[in-house]
Design a protein around this ligand. Structure first.
Ligand SMILES: [Zn+2]
Length: 156
């Protein structure tokens, strides 16, 4: 038995998925709840977990809107996300790599592993040809390459 978290991929945006999960959770509660179905809560809990992950990847403000800019994440789905500056330090680059990889692959410690896994996740073929994240990975690689002191050599 595996304890790997499930990863599903669909074409819909997180915004649309969240809406569907909310509608489904409400509908299941209304339809099956009164029938005393024993698995109703289980289904609702699972949908709530999906909704929570939508909110993690595409956070909403107090007004219920995501907006564009400060709340954007690497996976929020905004197309006109303001360009992020290049990394200033190797730590910043590492932090970004981990923010991409850890939610998908869990904790990856080796730098080469992090870079490989990030490449898998941000490849333009998975983002409708969008190279924004891919270019950022290149920037991270350039920085880490120029700073072998801390990272490449220390990697287990
Ligand atoms: Zn966004």
């Amino acid at each position: 038995m595996t304890t790997e978290p499930a990863t599903l991929t669909v074409d819909d945006t997180i915004k649309m998925l969240r809406e569907t999960f909310c509608v489904a959770a409400t509908a299941i509660g209304m339809f099956y709840g009164p029938l005393g179905d024993t698995r109703t809560q289980e289904h609702i809990d699972r949908l709530q977990a999906l909704i929570a992950d939508c909110d993690r990847q595409r956070p909403l403000g107090p007004d219920g809107k995501h907006g564009d800019g400060p709340r954007c994440t690497p996976t929020c789905g905004c197309e006109d996300r303001p360009a992020e500056p290049e990394f200033r330090t190797a730590d910043e680059a590492m932090e970004w790599l981990r923010s991409i990889v850890v939610p998908v692959y869990g904790d990856v410690r080796a730098v080469r592993g992090l870079i490989w896994a990030t490449g898998e996740i941000v490849h333009p073929s998975r983002h409708g040809g969008d190279r924004t994240l891919w270019d950022r990975l290149e920037a991270a690689k350039r920085l880490l390459d120029s700073d072998p002191r801390a990272y490449w050599k220390k990697a287990p």
